[in-house]
Write a protein that binds this ligand. Structure first.
Ligand SMILES: C[S@@+](CC[C@H](N)C(=O)[O-])C[C@H]1O[C@@H](n2cnc3c(N)ncnc32)[C@H](O)[C@@H]1O
Length: 514
């Protein structure tokens, strides 16, 4: 026993030194590349302490009577293998295989782990065929977004994913989704897999197929979401989760959802049955929103408002002008309508108006909104024609302008009664990342806002009781932070966004039938 301990002790010291060497090798390799090169291959390494926690958790989940057969399909320099050597010791590992696409990394890793029993293959995982089956897969796959994958390659990857997992993924799914699904053919029965992936799959449309797979094809048993304020991978700008499942048919079991803190000691956690999860479209609600059922009965914003994204102008610098510039160009306000500055520059939460309905703000901005066709403008408004001509070779060729019947026709958006900033950061856990602005002016807004229009019944009520506007606005700004955050989505570094449909779904504390 004593000899054994001394032997294990010495193994760990060797591996600790190797881990230090691995980290310095990783840093050297990272520094040879630009951030864009690294993004294309999703080259963001797992920090040592996190890799250690993940491996320790995975080892607790595998069948202890069996030796470890380990597989990592996106190896890098081997953060997880290094942790595995430290936590389990090499004796427990009967087989280890890894794949790495980048020859630089594969070569460095092969050199580093030369004296260990691991086979590191320099290849593309999405085109590789399994040489064997494994009982522990731990992977931080490349977070490569769909638009960075060439369309031919994307088609091949999607076909392969469907062939091996039976799941047809949307074209919007990132590479990590394909990694997770394709790995199933490398897992033996009851094998355990831990995937460190962006948590956005839990809420977005393309993630639905992954969630169905996790609930119907395998035994999902734990999802831990890291607090986005403690981003694990600073340069990858995503918020991450670790998803654990077993290659085993599910049997309406329960899944533990945890959040914050660490995998071993989360800040919050709850247990939810697979049946409840099947009914829940947004998994990032868990474990924070336990009173979901009672919230469902509460009135929602959609009962009283229509929500539309503000105008996408096709070129704010060209179409949005300061009043002084309009005058300097010799134009009149006839073809302009007032517009609010973008959310970043608007410090107030209530917009007052002058006698024309123009907002009273330090910066008075106007949107060029001319509905006359080009012949008419050329014939009747030479100054305006001259201005439009100046954008013909640049602005008019942009995607949005090209798609319009006439390149400078703007979407028609009435001045909204209320606007909501559609992305932001909360300054504290209880504060709201989004602001509601009461718009008493005739100004419209750009797509840096969501525009709220009261439905007919509410409009009639407001016409009778104008003070209702202000009451509603104050109530919206006092909404508990979680009622907005539950509907929106969170990105790395705590950036939050809310889309029109999500805003409509926000629960209100009371009905607006005052
Ligand atoms: C997020 S890093 C993780 C590296 C390492 N496992 C870790 O946790 O630190 C993803 C790795 O996958 C590699 N990779 C990207 N595309 C790949 C592919 N199609 N097949 C295999 N490896 C790939 C990248 O070069 C990168 O080293």
């Amino acid at each position: 026993m004593g000899t054994q301990n001394r032997r294990l002790g010495s193994i760990r010291i060797i591996d600790d030194n190797l881990e230090k060497l691995r980290v310095s090798m990783q840093m050297a390799l990272d520094s040879c590349k630009t951030i864009n090169e690294r993004r294309k291959l999703g080259q963001f390494s797992t920090p040592t302490a996190l890799a250690h926690d993940i491996v320790a958790f995975g080892l607790d989940c595998v069948d202890t009577t069996k030796n470890i057969r380990f597989f990592d399909p996106a190896f890098g320099t081997g953060a997880f293998y290094s942790a595995l050597l430290q936590v389990a010791g090499e004796q427990r590992i009967s087989k280890a295989t890894a794949i790495e696409i980048d020859p630089l990394f594969a070569k460095a890793a092969n050199k580093l782990w030369l004296s260990h029993k691991i086979n590191i293959i320099n290849d593309d995982f999405t085109t590789s065929e399994p040489d064997d089956k494994y009982n522990l897969i731990i992977c931080n796959p490349p977070y490569v977004r769909h638009h960075l994958i060439a369309s031919d390659r994307k088609r091949e990857i999607r076909n392969k994913t469907e062939d091996v997992s039976g799941v047809k993924l949307s074209g919007f799914a990132g590479l990590y989704c394909h990694f997770l699904l394709q790995s199933i053919q490398w897992m033996n029965d009851n094998a355990v897999a831990g995937w460190l992936i962006p948590s956005e799959f839990m809420d977005v449309n393309y993630g639905a197929a992954i969630k169905t797979f996790l609930l119907s094809d395998v035994e999902l048993f734990r999802i831990h979401r890291f607090d986005p304020k403690n981003t694990q991978f600073e340069d990858a700008l995503v918020s991450s989760a670790i998803v654990w499942f077993r290659n085993k048919k599910p049997n309406n079991h329960s899944v533990v959802f945890s959040y914050g803190g660490s995998l071993a000691q989360p800040q919050k956690s709850i247990t939810i049955t697979v049946d409840s999860l099947k009914r829940e479209p947004k998994w990032t609600r868990f474990p924070c929103q336990l009173q979901k059922a009672s919230k469902q009965a509460a009135p929602k914003l959609k009962d009283y408002f229509d929500v539309r994204r503000g105008v996408a102008t096709g070129g704010n610098d060209f179409f949005i002008l300061e009043e002084s510039r309009i005058k300097a160009l010799g134009l009149t306000l006839e073809f302009f309508r007032p517009i609010l500055p973008s959310a970043r520059f608007l410090k107030t939460t209530e917009i007052e108006a002058d006698a024309h309905g123009y907002p009273i703000l330090p910066q008075r901005l106007f949107l060029l909104d001319c509905r006359l066709n080009e012949e008419e403008v050329r014939a009747r408004y030479p100054r305006l024609w001259q201005y439009l001509e100046s954008g013909k070779d640049s602005i008019a060729t942009g995607y949005l302008c090209k798609m319009r019947k006439c390149w400078y026709f703007q979407e028609q958006r009435d001045a909204p009664m209320l606007v909501c900033t559609y992305m932001g950061r909360a300054s504290s856990e209880r504060s709201n990342a989004f602001r509601f602005i009461l718009n008493n002016s005739q100004a419209t807004v750009t797509n840096s806002y969501l525009a709220l229009y009261p439905k007919e019944k509410l409009s009639e009520r407001i016409a009778c009781v104008p003070s209702l506007k202000r009451t509603i606005w104050e109530m919206l700004n006092r909404l508990p932070s979680d009622s907005m955050h539950t509907e929106g989505r969170v990105y790395g570094g705590g950036l939050q966004k809310i889309e029109p449909k999500e805003l409509l779904n926000v629960s209100l504390p009371c009905s607006l039938e005052f």
